[in-house]
Write a protein that binds this ligand. Structure first.
Ligand SMILES: N[C@@H](CCC(=O)N[C@@H](CS)C(=O)NCC(=O)O)C(=O)O
Length: 384
């Protein structure tokens, strides 16, 4: 089907009335005045229609929403919305200014990877009786962040500060600073992006285990979500690895980390979001600590679940790298996640495409120099 013919067919949203992620997409369609059809996927009835073989073909991650649009099928609400934004730009859902856009993405990612995945149906079912307290805990933790002052500052009112900031950030001492931790997979994502783009930066270690530096009042001012990574760059402080990488991409575009083609870009974002909201949040330290003794089985379960969805997706999208033959943000997310899978002794023989891609990518310099075994805070016995 030609691209123009595909555009005449109404998009179809596979969703569920109470799914917050489906609602995100419904809001986006409504704001943009796009007509669409809905196919309800009842998440509860008959054990959950999302788990059927038929729906698995639509979204291997077995979650709503999914959307068919312009002849392709997309999943991951934020990837869907960004595809709609890029192909139907009016009215705009991402601000024109890259710094404001970064703040929008931080807020989205806090919700999409820091809050929502922890009260998702499949997690609550595994938690059992304690599910209400569990959900309250993680929603409270995430919502506290929105009291942070920095989201309320409209910098356009301060032209002199803006000008000074621009001059100052060109001075060597104002190199970007990455607040990270050697073994944090999300910090590693940002280190790879800096390395691929040839950007020099400083590292400040936030030791997540020994000193729990992420929960100090001092660090809370840097990232109210009390997680690494955070980055100070161009006079602003950013958190959420994907928001950070997209800010770097938009302000330092070479070499490109998002493909030029919107469909390929959507595929990159789907892969990133499966990892960043569907896998990584469930083996984060604050979750693992709440799980206790069963932590290895828990982590294996959710990594397997995510990789079982990623494997068929990558089989379709991969060339030399995750999407085609150019390195992208998807590769940046994949390698640290495979490293974690190996730490938790996940049987990788079931995922030949993921293994092949990981092997190719880990031979590239930018992935090597940013590896957890070679960072300023890597303990001597783990140094390689
Ligand atoms: N969605 C966030 C997740 C950040 C995250 O989970 N960071 C972990 C390390 S990979 C962390 O700081 N954990 C500290 C804690 O849980 O206390 C991102 O992409 O930056």
């Amino acid at each position: 089907m030609s691209a123009s013919a595909a555009r005449l067919i109404k998009p179809v949203l596979y969703g569920y009335f109470r799914s917050s992620c489906s609602w995100r997409v419904r809001i986006a369609f409504a704001l943009k005045g796009i007509e669409y059809e809905q196919k309800p996927i009842n998440l509860i009835k008959d054990g959950g229609l999302q788990l059927t073989d038929e729906f698995k073909k639509v979204n291997p991650m077995q979650q709503v929403p999914a959307v068919t649009i312009d002849g392709i099928t997309l999943s991951q609400s934020l990837a869907i919305i960004q595809y709609i934004e890029e192909t139907r730009p009016e009215p705009r859902l991402l601000p024109a200014d890259p710094k404001q856009r970064a703040n929008v993405r931080i807020i989205c990612d806090i919700i999409a990877s820091g809050i929502q995945p922890l009260q998702n149906l499949y997690v609550l079912q595994k938690i059992g009786e304690e599910k209400v307290q569990w959900a309250q805990h993680f929603i409270n933790r995430g919502f506290d962040v929105f009291n942070a002052e920095r989201f309320k500052v409209d910098m356009s009112k301060f032209p002199t500060i803006g000008r000074l900031n621009q001059t100052l950030t060109e001075i060597e001492a104002f190199k970007p600073v990455l607040y990270g931790y050697f073994r944090s997979s999300c910090s590693w994502r940002v280190r790879i992006a800096f390395a691929l783009k040839g950007i020099e930066y400083e590292q400040k270690t936030i030791h997540l285990i020994k000193d729990m530096l992420q929960v100090t009042d001092e660090f809370k001012k840097v990232n109210p979500m009390q997680q690494v990574p955070a980055v100070t760059i161009d006079g602003i402080t950013l958190s959420q690895s994907l928001a950070i990488i997209q800010y770097i991409e938009e302000t330092r575009p070479e070499p490109r980390l998002l493909p030029a083609d919107p469909k390929q870009r959507a595929h990159v974002r789907i892969i990133c979001d499966i990892i960043a909201s569907g896998i990584q949040p469930l083996q984060n330290i604050y979750v693992i600590q709440k799980i206790g003794e069963e932590k290895v089985q828990w982590a294996q379960h959710f990594i397997n679940r995510g990789f079982e969805a990623l494997e068929p997706i990558l089989k379709q999208t991969a060339g030399k790298y995750c999407v085609g033959d150019e390195i992208s943000m998807a590769d940046i997310c994949l390698v640290p996640q495979v490293f974690n899978a190996e730490r938790f002794k996940v049987d990788m023989s079931k995922f030949p495409t993921i293994r092949r891609l990981n092997q190719t990518l880990t031979e590239i310099d930018a992935f090597k120099v940013s590896h957890p075994s070679r960072q300023p805070d890597t303990p001597d016995d783990l140094w390689a």
